[in-house]
Design a protein around this ligand. Sequence first.
Ligand code: SF4
Length: 147
Amino acid sequence: MSAWWSNGVRFGCQPLCGKCCDQPGGVVFLTTSDINRMADFHELSFREFIEQHCTKSMNGRVILKSNEKSGICIFLNETKQCSIYTVRPQQCKAYPWWAENLRNEHKWNETKVLCPGIDADDAIIIDGKTIRMHVLADREASKGFRI
Ligand code: SF4
């Protein structure tokens, strides 16, 4: 049986939104490619980037640091924009196409409460092949890595 979303889903990320990032306690697992991309962007070495901008999850995977007071990603700026958008981590690129959000239509409707891009007036149909690509990319990124 094919997934409920296999014929496509309406979505269009909304400019100046940033609600998906503006979540205290969010955890972003990173791949080594994510680190390389973000380190290059900041003109840092792989290890320097980890020392300055990363911490570890409970089970030792490398994750992005959050702001100590707000608990929100350190790269979300005052205007709620991602300051590293062009090199953002794979997990961030894959949102809202995370397996947990797509598990069933009920979960998707819950995701819709957070994400105004789902069924937005200017949304376009994202085809099932593209959605699957994001789901797999998120699954891979979620494995993370340890140092
Ligand atoms: S919450 Fe949805 S619409 Fe808003 S920035 Fe994130 S993906 Fe885009």
